[in-house]
Design a protein. Structure first.
Length: 233
């Protein structure tokens, strides 16, 4: 996969993308990531990328030319899936990460200031929000999208199956995990996990995932329960 991130603050993005799973995938040439400062594509001699809004109002607005110029300078942009990170976008979920992980090329725009010129929207395929709150810019949101998407690409994780039981993957929160020591300050690891009975362990984990989801995320549990009833389970 190739991912291009369009931003005016590349130093907010580059160090993070060089770390952990994403950094290893780049090092192993399983992933190509380019961080592009679209300020370099501004027609303004001072490389200005924002301006005051027509009609008045507070704040500054991203201009259309630097963004579209930067977009068109990317090799293969015509066939890439192009995303704007914005609070006005579709709420992001695990299913979106899974869907995006199947694309060969993603281009992600980090918004800034009060907003962006409406004409920018016509050059992108979808808009995504990571939550109902406003950040100073889209860099953090873009990092969330990249991290959550890249880890689902086959061959990126050491064990491809390791993400299959992640929270939200099956409509439930993930079951509890334990490791050594067997006992810590009177709290013991559940005996079933030490039994070697894989069927019993699987049954326990499923029950714990359901219980945890019901307690912590009743909204998710309600959706899960409806889906189970629909399947006749």
């Amino acid at each position: 996969m190739k991912i291009d991130v369009l931003t005016i603050f590349p130093d907010m993005v580059k160090p993070i993308l060089g770390q952990s799973i994403v950094g290893r995938a780049v090092h192993e040439k399983k992933l190509e990531i380019n961080v592009i400062d679209f300020r370099d594509h501004s027609p303004n001699k001072h490389k200005k990328v924002d301006d005051t809004p027509y009609g008045g109002g507070a704040g500054m607005v991203l201009r259309v030319e630097p963004v579209v110029n930067a977009l068109r300078a990317i090799d293969g942009h015509e066939h890439a899936h192009k995303i704007i990170m914005t609070p006005q976008g579709k709420p992001y979920a695990q299913a979106d990460a899974s869907r995006l992980s199947t694309h060969d090329h993603l281009i992600v725009l980090c918004g800034h200031y009060e907003g962006f010129d409406e004409r920018i929207r016509a050059h992108f395929d979808e808009e995504i929000s990571i939550g109902d709150y406003v950040l100073t810019g889209g860099e953090v949101a873009a990092l969330v999208l990249v991290e959550s998407t890249v880890r689902l690409i086959p061959g990126i994780l050491n064990k491809d199956a390791s993400h299959q039981d992640d929270s939200f993957s099956h409509g439930l929160l993930e079951y509890p995990h334990y490791t050594r020591p067997r006992e810590f300050e009177g709290e013991r690891v559940p005996e079933v996990l030490l039994s070697g009975n894989h069927q019993a362990i699987e049954t326990w984990r499923k029950a714990e995932a359901v219980k945890r989801t019901k307690a912590r995320r009743p909204d998710l549990f309600e959706t899960y329960e409806k889906a189970q009833k629909k399947r006749g389970k």
